[in-house]
Design a protein around this ligand. Structure first.
Ligand SMILES: [Mg+2]
Length: 189
């Protein structure tokens, strides 16, 4: 059985949209391109087609890893999770390089430090408008206040609600409260 440790919630879904897609992804840690490619093949044979790639330590090395996996499995999709590892310039550079090699990740998670709200919003804007890529807030999304801030400022397209921290009922509660608050405050995203 697969157990998610966080629920990525698209903000448009919180605010009245609907989705019929479910993506099941598996994490590939920061390793060498060869090692990453081996892991990807193993997971692919187990039925995974979306890889959540941990990035954010060295952008050139990150791109090499991605290219190695893509060479072995061109049909697979990527979620990039930077775990706060880039600064704004690096994050934008990664998006640019990915575009140059024809890769469009399904999600770019927490590109910058959790408190770099300006950076998060800037990258989300570039990713969304220039490349059609959604940015997720993970470490930046710690409380309802954070969720409102993200929604109000349009700082990300997706928020990750940590099940380990808040539990399933807690997560549902947060989603419900966020919905209500957003409607009552007339925040449009
Ligand atoms: Mg993450």
């Amino acid at each position: 059985m697969l157990v998610a440790n966080s629920i990525p919630v698209p903000l448009w879904r919180l605010f009245g949209g609907a989705s019929n897609t479910i993506t099941t992804d598996i994490t590939i840690p920061i390793v060498s391109p060869t090692e990453a490619s081996k892991l990807a093949s193993k997971y692919y044979n187990e039925g995974f087609e979306t890889f959540k790639l941990k990035v954010g330590r060295d952008l050139n090395a990150d791109i090499e890893v991605l290219q190695a996996i893509r060479a072995a499995h061109p049909e697979c999709q990527f979620i990039l999770d930077a775990n706060e590892g880039y600064n704004s310039e690096e994050a934008v550079e990664v998006l640019k390089k990915l575009h140059e090699i024809g890769v469009t990740p399904v999600l770019f998670e927490q590109p910058v430090h959790r408190d770099d709200w300006g950076g998060l919003g800037y990258i989300a804007n570039v990713a969304r408008n220039r490349y059609g890529i959604s940015v997720a807030a993970d470490e930046s999304c710690r409380s309802l206040v954070d969720i409102y801030k993200i929604a109000e400022g349009n700082l990300a397209d997706v928020i990750n609600i940590k099940l380990a921290k808040v539990g399933v009922l807690g997560a549902l509660n947060i989603i419900e409260k966020a919905k209500t608050a957003v409607i009552s405050h007339k925040i449009v995203v």
